[in-house]
Design a protein around this ligand. Structure first.
Ligand SMILES: [Zn+2]
Length: 291
């Protein structure tokens, strides 16, 4: 099995406890994980933020221990408002400055492990048109890439396909077509798409569009994949155990692209014992990759 498979969600999976992190890493080894995704944060972090993000003081020990286990680490950009692309549009210089330590860390990671994926969200500005949000998102991704390339790097910057929601109808990158328009408006092949298959399906359900297999043009720009599923009542971030999202096409046609399960601890807890749910999720994805 060549392609990278991992999951996101630390530090929640080990309850923010670096002692328990060792045990969690054992679990990942047993599951055959070869990657991981972490959400980096820099700055003051409240309780919620520090459960979702790896906070600054933990960057070094967490990344080192993943790397000691030979897991290749992908990074998701911070989710707090001061790092949002909307904020970048209002205050580009200040926002890029806030990003700098995060980008330095991503670059250092790429020097150590080789090609590294960074995942960022697109602009959600309800007062603007979808086209405007797409254009500004393209500029944001380009600005981040330029910042990374000030010194050499081996980092691909990816915009995540997120779920379409009627209350944020003009948000960018909520369909494949929108994500593709964004990356095609940039000048670099190092800007790609994080294809979140479950969000793709969620958007389709809300917009009344059937699932279709992706075309080559889209697949050519996919550099990162997020895997999860929908629950029986369309609950998002369900473990990949329900078979609703057609994972096979992504797993078989994107063999060289890292696949990261976005199985949320909170949802896993509703399904069963979380670590056991994670173990079953790895098995389910590995079985479907072989089939
Ligand atoms: Zn995301």
């Amino acid at each position: 099995m060549g392609a990278t498979l991992g999951n996101s969600g630390s530090p929640r999976w080990y309850d923010c406890d670096l002692q328990r992190f060792e045990e969690y890493l054992e679990l990942l080894s047993d599951c055959g994980a070869s990657g991981a995704e972490i959400v980096l944060h820099d700055g003051d972090a409240d309780e919620f933020t520090s459960r979702v993000h790896v906070v600054r003081e933990d960057w070094e020990p967490v990344i080192r221990r993943y790397r000691e286990r030979d897991l290749s680490v992908s990074v998701h950009g911070p989710l707090t408002p001061e790092f949002s692309p909307q904020r970048w549009r209002e205050e580009p210089d200040r926002t890029l400055k806030r990003y700098r330590p995060v980008l330095d860390q991503v670059r250092e990671l790429s020097r150590e492990q080789g090609p590294t994926n960074l995942v960022l969200h697109a602009i959600t500005d309800r007062s603007r048109t979808p086209g405007d949000n797409e254009r500004q998102t393209a500029r944001f991704l380009q600005a981040i890439l330029n910042e990374l390339e000030r010194t050499s790097s081996d980092v691909t910057v990816n915009v995540e396909l997120r779920a379409y929601r009627p209350d944020r109808a003009s948000a960018a990158a909520t369909t494949r077509a929108s994500a593709l328009r964004i990356v095609e408006q940039t000048e670099s092949n190092l800007i790609g798409i994080c294809w979140d298959l479950a969000h793709d399906l969620e958007s389709r359900i809300v917009l009344g569009n059937e699932w279709v297999e992706p075309d080559e043009q889209f697949l050519n720009r996919v550099r990162h994949v997020h895997l999860h599923d929908l629950g029986p009542e369309d609950e998002p971030h369900y473990p990949p155990l329900t078979g609703r999202v057609p994972l096979e096409s992504a797993l078989n046609r994107l063999d060289a692209v890292p696949a990261i399960m976005e199985v949320r601890w909170r949802m896993a807890e509703r399904v069963g014992e979380p670590w056991d749910v994670l173990r079953r999720s790895y098995r389910a994805v590995q079985d479907r990759r072989r089939s």
